[in-house]
Design a protein around this ligand. Structure first.
Ligand SMILES: [Zn+2]
Length: 71
């Protein structure tokens, strides 16, 4: 990895934030499963889908920016 800039840090923080959110949603879904709260299980499924989409977009932006550093 050659060099970091402010944009790198901002994009990295973004990805990290999304991953932490996904981790929280996953734990919440486990708790919902434990108490057989199916509406909340489904709700967490939807939230996870959105969170995964947001994470993929921010990860894509980070990887693209890293590639820009390579030349
Ligand atoms: Zn950068």
């Amino acid at each position: 990895m050659s060099g970091e800039c402010d944009h790198c840090k901002r994009l990295f923080d973004d990805v990290e934030k999304h991953l932490e959110h996904i981790s929280e949603l996953s734990k919440e879904q486990v708790r919902a499963l434990e108490r057989h709260d199916l509406p909340w299980v489904d709700r967490m499924d939807q939230e996870l889908e959105h969170a995964m989409g947001a994470k993929e977009r921010s990860l894509g932006a980070l990887k693209e920016h890293w590639r820009d550093h390579e030349h």
